[in-house]
Design a protein around this ligand. Sequence first.
Ligand code: AMP
Ligand code: ZN
Length: 466
Amino acid sequence: MLIYNTLTKKKEEFIPKNSPNVTMYVCGPTIYDYFHIGNARSFVMSDIVRRYLEYKNFDVKFVMNLTDVDDKLIKKANEENVPVEQVAEKYADAFFEDIEKLGIKKATVYPKATEHMQDIVDLIKNLVDTDYAYNVDGNVFYNVNKFKGYGKLSGKNIDDLESGARIEINEEKKNPLDFSLWKKAKPNEPAWESPWGKGRPGWHIECSAMSMKHLGETIDIHAGGNDLIFPHHENEIAQSEACCTNEFVKYWIHFGFLNLNQEKMSKSLGNFFTAREILKEHSANSIRYLFSQTHYSGPLNFSKELLESSEKGLEKIYNLVQRIENIKPSMADNLNTFENERYLFAFESAMDDNFNTPQALASIYDFIRDFNKFLNKNDQVAKNDIIKAKDFLTKTLTDVLGIVLFSTEEKGESKEDDLIKLLIEIRQKAKLDKNYSLADEIRNKLSELGITLADSKEGTTYKISK
Ligand code: AMP
Ligand code: ZN
């Protein structure tokens, strides 16, 4: 299996340090707002990488950090006049809700910066003790000139960076490229004790400390969007390799930008749709299908029209699923059989080649076209062929790409349940707004349909009489 490694700029055979175990770290969100559909692309593509590794029987330990203290969180807390923790909690909850809706598998751990202060301080202390970092009056900076490999990930060198620096001049720094490891406390900002006085950590050091804590000194895969290559990931390497290891990461994976009108979607430019607003009108399936149609490393120019056309493409798949679910298998002998091994082989070959999802989808389209033809030609179909077709679609589209096709009744979840939960939520809101007539109407209409609600202090439960 080949993975393109940003560090070596080559596709390389994937050989984890301790196969079949794989350690994977993905830079997660700063929880000061809802995440946008651009962030969602990086989260979904890292989920597909993980799902495919699991499909190949690797045992993946997957860590995604949440940045819960930084300038943006502090600014938001000041604007809303609430504590920083309250902002972090609100948007962490929203993050978990949204990734669940997107069908993203849960990480093994979601470490938060504020829960790792001691690890962060210990790591900075190590860097100060070995002169890779210096303290100026309570602000600690990393000394980039001291680290020989600085620039190796981004392909930048220190001299070019310095001459083209847009980096603000800071009298305290030895080199304008030096970056903050510890920021001295300012009034009314959250702060923690440290050997350099009260303060808070810089962003880059969080990831070095938390990846080491949960995954060890050398990790197999580290992923994030292209915007993180420099300076964030470059700085993570400088920190981790100065402190602890010759090789911080074996394979660096970077996701291309999701753009809007050819421009990177970002909060700061204001050109964004939140994932939750898109999810109100479109299914997770269509979002994941759209993302899979483009290779993870290239740009994806997003539009709602594109999402709608991706929904049309999905219909072909749904139609075949429906056809398969409606077939009554035949017990007759001597039936024609459908060989589907070659489609799975083509799918795996594409995914083995640096997670080439558009190519992988092509093998699925081939299967759909040929299996439909087979069904058109044969009035009777053997049970085994139906099982194999279902199995192919489930393995490729659901297990790997996260597109859910066949009903999940066995798990007790259905669209019906989702709709009832939605109505319960609306009724709850109506009660809070003192709109009791609407609340009662929802209860009564549901009751007419044989769905009984029961309120208790834990919340509302429901029962469906069949
Ligand atoms: P942030 O909360 O901005 O740190 O971003 C969280 C993740 O989303 C990081 O991996 C970013 O690289 C990624 N990301 C941010 N903007 C985009 C975009 N427009 N397209 C793809 N990934 C993005
Ligand atoms: Zn990071």
